[in-house]
Write a protein that binds this ligand. Structure first.
Ligand SMILES: NC(=O)c1ccc[n+]([C@@H]2O[C@H](COP(=O)([O-])OP(=O)(O)OC[C@H]3O[C@@H](n4cnc5c(N)ncnc54)[C@H](O)[C@@H]3O)[C@@H](O)[C@H]2O)c1
Length: 320
């Protein structure tokens, strides 16, 4: 297939684009480099720098695209609370612009990066796709708005969409890995602490109703995320919008992550207890039954230590 991959200069997008190329697809990456890096775009992909206006120009051009994989987004939760307009415009309005361009060009397949943040504080764990959606921040709300738009667009137009609601993505594949600036994700921060680049790790809340009092999160290997995109592209059908949670199905507490980072690196990870962050649910773990049943996908690399080893390899290669 010829595919447009938005956000392909970012962490997950570069891994997904690499995997699509390996599978024999032709890939054009559109990315404005607002949080991505031109050198992360995998070799073999054509790179166009720009926002969804540029993506629209590519889709309106002479080449016919079979599908779009839409990963481009802003995704800093705290920033979204301070500057919601960036998220409503960058994630929701930009995506609607992309959808207009897809409809105009007759592109019928979309795989969209949604998020566990659409659920907010879950009443039940593991979280199923039928759980109520009540995001606790503008980031989650801006993604949920797209999921809702996709329900309507796919009903009205010859468009099929799959929304993948990722939980906490981790690990690396080859030279594609996590390079967020600022870094807000647990594993790369813990690796920085282990390597002496940060003095200590702040554990936000140690009195949650969990097995050791710290938050429990579902970490999923980025290679597994890429496989799920392939499965979604194979099955996406016009007239349907399907939503799948994409997690490992296992929860790991913050202290368990720090412990695993210390074991993998052979270095201590000094930490200190800090106040809870408002809106942080105690436990977020995905129920994986639906995607397993309908797409035949299951996590191939569920081991936390393996995710951390891969992240560590990337981290050291990049930062010495
Ligand atoms: N990392 C996670 O754990 C996680 C969890 C849930 C969902 N997600 C979603 O996965 C997707 C990828 O996340 P990531 O962690 O790789 O982030 P990232 O910041 O590394 O990648 C996002 C990419 O999109 C580009 N971009 C942003 N806005 C753009 C726009 N308007 N036009 C063109 N390019 C734009 C950025 O330059 C960047 O390269 C995002 O949609 C994010 O919301 C990530």
């Amino acid at each position: 297939m010829r595919l447009l991959v938005t956000g392909g200069a970012g962490y997950i997008g570069s891994v997904v684009a690499r995997r699509l190329l390996d599978e024999g697809h032709r890939v054009v990456v559109v990315d404005d480099l607002s949080s991505g890096f031109a050198d992360a775009v995998p070799r073999g992909a054509e790179f166009v720098r720009g926002t969804m206006a540029e993506a629209a120009r590519v889709l309106a051009g002479p080449r016919r695209f079979d599908g779009v994989v839409h990963l481009a987004a802003r995704s800093l939760i705290d920033d979204s609370v301070r500057r919601p307009e960036r998220y409503w415009r960058g994630n929701t309005v930009e995506t609607l612009r992309l959808l207009d361009a897809m409809l105009a060009a007759g592109v019928e397949r979309l795989v969209f990066s949604s998020t566990a943040a659409t659920y907010g504080q879950p009443a039940e764990v593991p979280i199923t796709e039928s759980a109520p959606t009540a995001p606790t921040n503008p980031y989650g709300a801006s993604k949920l708005a797209v999921d809702k738009a996709l329900d309507d667009y796919t009903r009205a137009h010859p468009l099929g969409a799959v929304s993948l609601r990722y939980f906490n993505v981790a690990g690396s594949v080859g030279d594609c890995g996590e390079r967020h600036e600022p870094e807000t994700h647990v594993i790369p921060i813990a690796l920085d602490v282990a390597l002496g680049r940060r003095p200590e790790f702040s554990v936000y809340g140690d009195d949650y109703p969990t097995r050791d009092g710290t938050c429990v999160r579902d970490f999923i290997h980025v290679a597994d995320i890429a496989e799920a995109h392939l499965a979604a592209l194979r099955t996406v059908a016009p007239g349907e919008h399907r939503i799948y949670n994409l997690g490992n199905g296992q929860g790991f507490s913050v202290l368990e992550v720090l412990d695993a980072v210390a074991r993998v690196t052979g270095r201590p990870v000094p930490s200190r207890a800090a106040d809870r962050r408002p809106g942080d649910p105690p436990t977020l773990v995905a129920a994986g039954d639906l995607i397993r049943r309908e797409l035949g996908w299951k996590p191939g690399r569920p081991d936390l230590a393996e995710m951390i080893e891969d992240a560590y390899r990337f981290h050291r290669a990049r930062r010495g």
